[in-house]
Design a protein around this ligand. Structure first.
Ligand SMILES: C[S@@+](CC[C@H](N)C(=O)[O-])C[C@H]1O[C@@H](n2cnc3c(N)ncnc32)[C@H](O)[C@@H]1O
Length: 534
């Protein structure tokens, strides 16, 4: 269902933008577009993502287009719809080319196909968007590459060569206004260009976020938004340091951000204290909002003290960003791990003061957790992700329905479910750093159930109601409830704890016991980092 609670606004600094046409609650859909202007699945995702519905499937279940052998579909219906929409025009080009062209090339080509009479005028929605051509031109190398790509696309689309400069402008429009298309867990899968959503301007303290559900793309309210308030999303990872955010915004979007967070260089603990957060009693049993607030206060004081004591912290942080960058292009997994560990050890002053949400600490922890997942060390990944969810996420993303927090919790539930499926001896072997008695004290099925209940509570606000993600969560809950029914009373008690119905003190006690077990596990995260090799 298409939804649009936004209107066009204009601002001397921001240019065009959008504002709310009514008061919106946190988690409410601001805009939902079912049929974005252009969507392209990127090369690395073509084997597992349907090129029409943009959903992930088992690789073996996708059927390749027999002509171009590039795009794949999950059903004959998706293939038919995509053929009608765009592929009938793109297929012959893909057939001719020796390799699958870059995503931006395909997106630009598809965009041109949308203008059969190209050379007259672009549609007003695209024509009015910021393109920064003059800024691209200032960088000779960048403009040269832009013109080269524009020339190739002009040729392939059989547009007259006199239109090349106009095609280059279109490429700039896409670069400035395109979004990274992603799965519900934020895994990138391609590119999306949709002029209505592109009007949303940037803030490092956004009040909205972009969410994809297959082909549907929405902006969802992160905070309550008042009628006529501007809608802001973030173009960059707002948990990075101010310098890193600024450099990225200048380089990719040609502006300096003057949001409150940038102007005062506020840290995540300060932002947490400013953000109106609606927690829930169940979430508080896992990570207590009041305790987070108290801790934020003392962390702010610590940061001030450290700042007065030494000027070197910012130098260390700059150095660590360099190490992080190196780890991303490491020649081997071992080198990647060793660089990430070096980055953490360089930041030992943050660890000593429990400043785990201060950038770039959360980014390093996240990359370590991903490195463990990539290399199949799922129990080690579980411990790290538990640590991140307790110590970094609530400050990096204060709103409990922030999609990153919810997807992290969902991943925890899946890792717990996997741990529950292992023989106790295997689990103990894989987590040799955790004393056996502690592992034996954790019921991994109860823990899966309790965490899924938290996910289910916030998923409608993070990913939307009746979405692929919400259905997936429901399915997981049904599955664990079925198992629980065969095991005794705990499942029923947790179900009552979930719905807020009186489960007596018993429900709260059981939930707290489960979460205490998970917190104890999280306490071994640094031991895992010390001993886990790749
Ligand atoms: C995706 S477009 C957003 C729509 C744009 N304002 C327009 O008029 O077409 C991104 C561009 O908007 C401007 N912009 C977005 N957020 C901004 C901000 N916080 N401060 C200044 N300019 C901003 C920059 O020119 C940026 O390259």
């Amino acid at each position: 269902m298409e939804i649009n609670h936004s209107k066009l606004t204009k601002d001397p600094v921001l240019g065009n933008g959008i504002a709310a046409t009514k008061d919106l609650d946190a988690g409410e859909v601001v805009i939902c577009i079912n049929e974005p202007f252009v969507t392209v699945v990127e090369k690395d995702a073509l084997e597992r993502v349907c090129s029409y519905c943009m959903l992930e499937h088992e690789t073996s279940s996708l059927k390749r287009c027999t002509r171009c052998k590039v795009v794949r579909y999950c059903s004959a219906e998706c293939q038919k719809l995509d053929w009608k929409l765009i592929h009938k025009n793109e297929c012959s080009l893909l057939t001719k080319l020796p390799h699958t062209p870059p995503t931006s090339f395909r997106a630009l080509y598809q965009l041109l196909l949308r203008y059969p009479e190209f050379g007259t005028e672009l549609d007003p929605r695209s024509a009015n968007l910021e393109h920064h051509v003059h800024d691209f031109k200032k960088d000779e190398k960048r403009w040269g590459e832009t013109m080269l790509q524009a020339k190739a696309v002009t040729e392939y689309s059989k547009s007259p060569s006199t239109k090349t400069e106009k095609v280059a402008t279109l490429l700039c429009i896409m670069r400035i206004n395109g979004f990274r298309a992603a799965l519900p867990d934020d895994t990138p899968i391609g590119l999306c260009y949709e002029p209505t959503l592109a009007l949303a301007n940037h803030s490092c303290m956004p009040n909205g976020f972009i969410m994809f559900d297959g082909r549907c793309v929405s902006i969802i309210a992160l905070n309550p938004i008042k009628k006529d308030d501007n809608i802001f999303i973030t173009y960059v990872d707002p948990t990075q340091s101010r310098d890193t955010r600024r450099a990225e915004l200048r380089n990719r979007y040609f502006f300096d951000c003057n949001c409150e967070k940038c102007m005062d260089d506020e840290n995540p603990y300060e932002i947490f204290r400013k953000t109106r957060v609606v927690s829930s009693p169940e979430l508080d049993d896992f990570v207590d909002h009041k305790v987070l607030g108290t801790n934020a206060g003392s962390r702010i004081a610590t940061i001030q003290r450290l700042g007065q004591e030494s000027q070197s912290l910012s130098l260390v942080i700059t150095k660590v960003y360099g190490v992080l960058q190196q780890s991303r292009s490491a020649a081997s997994q071992t080198e990647r791990l060793s660089l990430l560990k070096q980055a953490l050890s360089d930041l030992s002053v943050l660890k000593a003061n429990q400043l785990f949400a201060l950038p770039p600490y959360p980014i390093i922890m996240d990359e370590l957790y991903i490195a463990y997942v990539d290399n199949g060390h799922l129990q080690s990944a579980l411990l790290l992700l538990l640590f991140i969810s307790l110590n970094c996420d609530p400050y990096s993303w204060p709103q409990p329905h922030h999609p990153f927090r919810v997807t992290h919790l969902f991943t925890i539930s899946r890792l717990l479910k996997y741990a529950a499926s292992l023989e106790p001896a295997t689990l103990a072997q894989n987590l040799s750093c955790v004393p056996k008695g502690i592992l034996e004290g954790i019921d991994f099925i109860d823990a899966t159930h309790a965490v899924l209940i938290l996910v289910n509570e916030f998923a409608p606000k993070s990913h939307g109601r009746d979405t692929t993600f919400a259905r997936q969560v429901q399915e997981e809950i049904r599955e664990v409830e079925e198992v629980q029914r065969l095991r005794g009373r705990t499942g029923e008690i947790l179900r009552r704890w979930q719905s807020g119905r009186d489960s007596g003190k018993e429900g709260i006690l059981i939930a707290k016991r489960i979460f205490d077990g998970l917190k104890t596990l999280a306490g071994f995260a640094f031991t895992v980092i010390e001993i886990q090799t790749l």
